[in-house]
Design a protein. Structure first.
Length: 367
């Protein structure tokens, strides 16, 4: 079975992290004007929006519909000099280390009642502060390990290789760039997994806006943030945190009317959840029937055997074949398995078949 992966929500104090968490999860976590004393993060599991699952449920009318899920974790505000112990310091950074990916919330709105901890609104500066704290933490981990290795008179082969890798990473971090930009090969990532480097984690930038910022010109430093995201290969999403949290109690019709009045084309919630799912390197396959229509989560490039194991270990152990049709083909042929089979689109695949996002799979097995 696949372990539920999580996204840690990070950012400076008062950036609106808990508001974004509530928008994503509907958890109703308390939003305080200053929550630097909070240590334990808020956690909530969220269904991944998927129109394909909705359409399959309409076709099969099952007793149960089960969506894919991911977990969001609302972490305390990251203070400047957290890597030196400021604010919650190491306690905060340990929670970040436990996250599979990071959602970096950056405040773009001004509110005199909630002063910005840095005294002004500057998204590029705020991004840099948080990024540097993550870099400093990774450098600290590397320096500690290299210090221990330097005390050894003779290094084993594995230790010599590790030392060489860590020195390469240290050099890169000294240039104030995150480790994810090195695009390390899988075998190297496996060797260093135990270090839980923060700047290796996938990251998504969320610009937290208010109702006055419905045009790009109204967002301070927007062009610079777009350029930064593009240059670093990061996704960037706009979200109207406070507005979306208030709108969550409205009916869909009232939400659309409210958005129209404010000039907002799209809410950030669903796109943010989808982008987070994608950032975690996950894809969805479906199982269908009148008892249940279900979306299953597996890592990108998983095989049919992996998919079988995600459903049940017995299916993987007794795997014979996987009957597969892609959702798009199924839909194009009137949601008819017979029509898909006639066109050769419903087919049998072996255990090494690489599952595509959107495949509908039936596992044939014998135990």
């Amino acid at each position: 079975m696949v372990t539920l992966l999580n996204c840690g929500i990070i950012g400076l104090p008062l950036s609106g992290k808990t508001t974004i968490f509530n928008v994503l999860t509907g958890a109703g976590a308390q939003v305080k004007s200053y929550a630097s004393g909070k240590t334990e993060p808020n956690r909530a599991v969220v269904d991944v929006p998927d129109r394909r699952l909705e359409e399959l449920a309409t076709v099969y009318k099952p007793k149960k519909v089960t969506p894919a899920q991911i977990e969001f974790v609302d972490l305390a505000g990251l203070s400047r000099d957290a890597s030196k112990g400021a604010g919650l310091g190491n306690a905060f950074l340990s929670f970040v280390a436990d996250s599979d990916a990071l959602i970096h919330v950056i405040r773009c709105f001004d509110n005199p009642e909630v002063p910005h901890p840095e005294g002004s609104i500057d998204p590029l500066r705020d991004f840099g502060i948080v990024e540097m704290e993550l870099i400093f933490r990774d450098l600290s981990v590397i320096e500690n390990r290299l210090g221990r290795l330097s005390k050894k008179k003779v290094l084993q082969k594995e230790e010599s290789e590790e030392k060489e890798l860590l020195e390469k990473y240290r050099s890169h971090l000294f240039s104030e760039r995150p480790l994810r930009e090195l695009k390390l090969p899988p075998e190297e990532l496996k060797k260093i997994r135990g270090f839980s480097f923060l700047t290796l984690k996938p990251e998504l930038i969320v610009l937290n806006l208010d109702e006055t910022q419905t045009t790009d010109k109204a967002i301070p430093g927007y062009k610079e943030m777009v350029h930064l995201a593009l240059s670093r290969g990061l996704s960037l999403i706009k979200a109207y945190g406070r507005i979306e949290m208030e709108m969550s109690d409205l009916s869909p019709e009232d939400q659309r009317e409210f958005m129209k009045e404010l000039g907002i084309d799209e809410l950030g919630r669903e796109r943010l959840i989808r982008e987070a799912y994608k950032m975690l390197g996950l894809i969805t396959f479906f199982t269908v029937g009148h008892d249940e229509v279900r979306a299953w989560t597996i890592p990108l490039n998983s095989t049919a055997l992996d998919a079988a194991g995600a459903i049940h270990t017995d299916m993987a152990r007794g795997f014979i074949r996987a009957q597969v049709v892609h959702f798009d083909d199924f839909k194009e042929h009137g949601f008819s398995m017979a029509a898909a089979r006639e066109k050769g689109l419903l087919r049998l695949e072996g255990k090494d078949y690489i599952v595509r996002d959107g495949d509908i799979i039936e596992i044939r097995f014998n135990i």
